[in-house]
Design a protein around this ligand. Structure first.
Ligand code: CU
Length: 68
């Protein structure tokens, strides 16, 4: 299991948190997603076939691009 914390300036409210949790949580291999509008981060725990870059690509697709 790998855990990555993404810095996402666009997380502004509970709706953003919910969207990220649902969309990233649907990716095969993703075990858990935490998203915080306070810290502007999303922490994702995953196994294969999910990858750090694949999750980052999805975040960009749903208009929550990560800056790290
Ligand atoms: Cu929002």
């Amino acid at each position: 299991m790998t855990t990555v914390t993404y810095n996402i300036p666009g997380i502004n409210c509970g709706h953003c948190e919910h969207t990220i949790k649902m969309e990233v949580g649907d990716l095969e291999g993703v075990q858990s997603v935490e998203a915080s509008s306070e810290s502007k981060t999303a922490t994702v725990a995953f196994d294969a076939p999910a990858t750090e870059q694949g999750i980052k690509d999805l975040l960009a697709e749903i208009n929550y691009p990560a800056v790290n």
